[in-house]
Design a protein around this ligand. Structure first.
Ligand code: FAD
Length: 348
């Protein structure tokens, strides 16, 4: 349907390449380089069926000042900050302290911060075993794969990781190297990684699309058309939690439902009324082991949300070996070099 010549597609995107957030925590650990998870948009730009505009759509600002970002990278959008945080970990003194601050849900990739903590702990356990990793969580408990992360941390990283729930960040002093929490007071760390509270992007807020709690975009889950503006479609992390977890896998599935609906509408056909989508998410708990969660979601007509299909969700019973070769895929030109390096590191 989407191959119809009646449809013209314009992509507005300022970046020249896609840098994948999934696996970006492995750059911190040293198992992958940023180039291993980067894909150029060149082939899409030269595709004459697409009109590609390399620009920002409107009014986007960075997060804080450049100086603050340099001292306290969030690395929650894979890219230069991911490498910066990795370099800071490498430079950490042997008995140094790393502190991660996790915001209240909802945030991009619910298991992501805990995966990050696991990989940093794995890295420290072999390179700087006398260092300490403090995980300050604004939530009352681990937000995804809780039992799995708890058991891995207790069995492998208990001397390294200290997990602090209900820790709401109040202030950051990048010069003094301190984080200040509501209940826990001031904490010093040589490496500070603050994952900020999240909301839909600036363009969504500025254009009035963020109509749920003034943070997230409400959509009709049959088409992903905004509930604030007819003819505007929103996908991915920006939509409200009624669309369920904020993951790349979900964004991909939403894109297919949305594309099908737009194509149907454009061609005068009925929009499919019973979308079913799935989410699978793997988290590394060490350089070569993963745990996963999976669930299937179906449109709930009464509540107008995507709801978990009863009995469809589950998590790993125990960590499994990672299929990194499969994950990186066959199309990537640097795959072989990247995998070779990764294998070398794994065997170190
Ligand atoms: C450490 C980490 C690990 C993760 N692991 C997983 C995982 O294992 N599995 C999984 O499924 N998900 C994972 N995720 C989550 C996943 O990366 C996100 O859910 C996904 O990227 C969301 O896609 P998106 O399109 O909504 O946002 P993005 O990927 O951020 O894409 C938004 C795009 O819009 C562009 N843009 C923004 N504003 C404008 C504008 N005004 N004009 C033009 N372009 C604009 C940006 O440049 C960007 O390219 C992880 C995330 C992190 C941080």
């Amino acid at each position: 349907m989407c191959s119809s010549p009646a449809l013209q597609i314009t992509v507005v995107e300022p970046a020249s390449a896609f840098v994948m957030c999934p696996l970006s925590n492995r750059v911190l650990h040293g198992g992958l380089h940023l180039r291993d998870i980067t894909r150029s948009y060149a082939r899409l730009v030269s595709n004459n069926r697409l009109h590609w505009v390399r620009a920002r759509a409107d009014g986007i600002e960075g997060l804080g000042t450049a100086a603050q970002q340099a001292a306290v990278p969030h690395a929650w959008k894979a890219g230069p900050q991911t490498e910066q945080l990795r370099n800071m970990l490498r430079a950490l003194p042997d008995q140094g302290v790393v502190a991660i601050s996790i915001p209240k849900v909802p945030f991009r990739c619910p298991p992501g911060p805990y995966e990050r903590a696991s990989l940093i702990a794995d890295y420290l356990s072999t390179r700087k075993p006398r260092a300490k990793l403090l995980v300050f969580d604004a939530n009352p408990e681990i937000q995804a794969k809780k039992g799995l992360f708890e058991s891995v941390w207790a069995s492998r990283y208990s001397k390294l990781i200290e997990y602090v729930p209900n820790a709401e960040l109040k202030a950051v002093d990048s010069v003094a190297g301190t984080l200040e929490f509501d209940l826990q007071g001031k904490v010093s760390a040589q490496v500070m990684n603050v994952i900020p509270p999240q909301r839909a992007g600036q363009i969504a807020r500025a254009s009035g699309l963020a109509n749920v709690d003034q943070r997230w975009c409400g959509v009709d889950f049959l088409s992903y058309e905004s509930t604030a503006a007819k003819g505007v479609y929103v996908l991915g992390d920006s939509i409200s939690s009624a669309g369920r977890p904020k993951s790349g896998h979900m964004a991909n599935q939403q894109g297919k439902v949305c594309a099908g609906a737009i194509a149907a509408l454009t061609l005068g056909q009925a929009v499919p009324s019973d979308p079913i989508i799935a989410n699978t998410c793997y988290s590394f708990i060490s350089h070569n082991e993963v745990v996963h969660v999976a669930a299937v979601y179906r449109y709930n007509r009464e509540q107008r949300v995507m709801a978990v299909v009863p009995g469809s969700s589950g998590v790993s019973t125990q960590p499994g070996r990672s299929g990194l070769r499969h994950v990186l895929g066959d199309q990537h030109p640097q795959r072989h070099a990247g995998l070779k390096r990764a294998r070398l590191r794994l065997s170190e």
